[in-house]
Write a protein of this length. Structure first.
Length: 269
């Protein structure tokens, strides 16, 4: 049975671990985790039954699929540490924003590399991931892709530079929706709604909007069509949309996503 290991066992690693175990892609005893934070290892072992490794190098030497899930700022130190410990024919998956396959190969040589940009809905099997590959054979490609396909949808990109845009759109994407929920709750409370009712209404609206998006996708409809169905002529939604348009919502989103994309580019330096 193949083993998978995660170096850096934080939020995103947990989302993937939960997804691959619940999809039965890996049994918990074949999932190794490593982190400088012992509390994370203890928590993951208790919550998911995965195996804490004693060091990054021990983990790297034991797995067929090695997921590098530390923050981009910690990546060089980890790559340097594990460069002589990799299992022969292991595929290395990096999910770090900004870190290029070229950068990884500078440390690890021409090993099979998959650079992926997943997102946290992987935790509920609804992830959106884009990948680029370097030097991977069919077996390693499949092993790598299976991880992300077990937890949602996967797009394969030819042009690695587009991963920075993916990071802004879907990697960071859930945060835009969650910020919107936070603001809906805050404003509802400001408008006089009791906090518990505001929370209930906003969570249920988010869930309903998500399910409607799923329905629209299956019918080949656009988000604009969904929005129009909420918007009665001369009504309340139209009033709200006009304010957002007048305040250049499109411009605000363009600036936010451009900042995210540019930060991803910066992290590669
Ligand atoms: N969160 C997200 O939505 C997404 C994140 N990503 C990428 O995933 C990666 C992880 O992000 P995220 O899970 O949010 O980050 P976290 O900070 O939650 O997880 C990273 C973990 O790695 C630990 N760590 C730091 N240095 C080392 C080391 N040398 N060896 C082992 N472990 C170490 C960190 O400890 P400490 O905190 O003490 O530094 C932390 O526990 C990032 O590169 C990010 O760009 C990609 C897509 C989406
Ligand atoms: O904020 C970040 O840098 C990571 C990458 C995409 C989502 N979270």
């Amino acid at each position: 049975m193949n083993k998978i290991g995660f170096i850096g066992s934080g939020n995103m690693a947990e989302a993937l671990i939960k997804g691959i175990i619940s999809a039965n892609l890996y049994a918990p005893e074949n999932v190794l985790v490593s982190d400088i934070r012992q509390d994370r290892l203890k928590y993951l072992a208790e919550e998911y039954g995965v195996q804490p490794a004693s060091s990054n190098t021990e983990l790297a030497s034991q797995v067929d699929v090695l997921v590098l899930s530390v923050k981009p700022q910690n990546m060089a130190a980890v790559l340097e540490e594990i460069q002589d410990s990799l299992n022969d024919s292991a595929v290395v998956i990096s999910i770090a924003a900004g870190i290029t396959t070229e950068r990884i190969a500078q440390f690890l040589g021409d090993v099979p590399i998959i650079r992926a940009m997943p997102n946290t809905p992987a935790m509920v099997d609804q992830g959106a991931t884009a990948v680029v590959i370097r030097n991977t054979g069919p077996r390693q490609f499949k092993a790598g892709l299976d991880v992300f396909m077990a937890v949602g949808k996967v797009e394969v990109l030819e042009d690695e530079s587009l991963i920075d845009a993916v990071t802004a759109v879907s990697g960071t994407g859930p945060a835009y929706f969650f910020l919107l929920m936070e603001e809906l709750i805050n404003v509802a409370i400001d408008m006089g709604l009791p906090a518990d009712i505001a929370k209930e209404l906003v969570f249920q609206t988010a869930k309903g909007a998500g399910l409607l998006a799923e329905m629209a996708y299956s019918r080949n409809e656009t988000p604009g069509q969904l929005r129009e169905r909420v918007t009665s002529p001369g009504g309340t939604t139209a009033a709200a949309m006009k304010v957002l348009k007048d305040l250049d919502f499109n411009g605000i989103m363009t600036k936010a996503l451009t900042a995210a994309r540019d930060r991803s580019r910066e992290l590669s330096q």
